[in-house]
Design a protein around this ligand. Structure first.
Ligand code: FE
Length: 183
């Protein structure tokens, strides 16, 4: 099956699954995140990263190679390892770094932590907690870290029940433009 057909099928199935403790489905969350990126004029790569940033929740079971990578792999690592077969670093890196971006933002902006949802505050501790100033500087020195921070903000903002967004068909050509072979 074509990889984009596969991705669309995964996301459509995610329409029936809730996004953690939030009042939106995984699919609504993905579409809202991508819409925020698109509205600010982001590249196809970053819009695709936003649409697919939580695909680690959807590709785990039965996917070859993932079991050996350890059950404690975070969803961002599962997603990034899967995406890198098909997409370039400009897509993969923001996904891989989007959880660490939360640790960065909590250090860089004191008000950021207070604005996180309860679920997100709780998971922060499991993800390693707030960065030290040195860790924050090292984080931002990585390629695509600024994109990861943007993705993170849109991720946080992509939890609005019943928000109207473009559908998956709208994002298919965007994903095509971001594929490795299109580069
Ligand atoms: Fe998310």
């Amino acid at each position: 099956m074509d990889i984009l057909d596969h991705i669309v099928t995964l996301l459509e199935k995610a329409g029936a699954e809730r996004y953690g403790m939030e009042a939106v489905s995984q699919l609504e969350h993905a579409l809202q995140c991508a819409m925020h990126a698109e509205r600010t004029g982001s590249s196809p790569a970053l819009i695709t990263a936003c649409l697919l940033h939580d695909i680690g929740h959807l590709v785990g079971d039965g996917d070859e190679g993932l079991a050996e990578q350890g059950v404690d792999a975070g969803h961002e690592s599962v997603a990034a390892d899967w995406l890198e077969r098909y997409f370039p670093e400009a897509v993969v890196a923001p996904v891989r770094l989007h959880v660490d971006a939360k640790r960065y933002l909590c250090r860089a902006e004191p008000a950021y932590w207070a604005g996180l949802s309860q679920a997100s505050q709780t998971s922060l501790e499991l993800q390693g907690g707030i960065y030290s100033p040195e860790e924050a500087a090292a984080f931002m020195a990585q390629p695509h870290a600024a994109d990861a921070v943007m993705l993170r903000r849109w991720d946080d903002a992509a939890k609005t029940p019943k928000l109207k967004t473009p559908d998956l068909d709208h994002y298919r050509p965007v994903m095509v433009a971001a594929l490795k072979t299109a580069a």
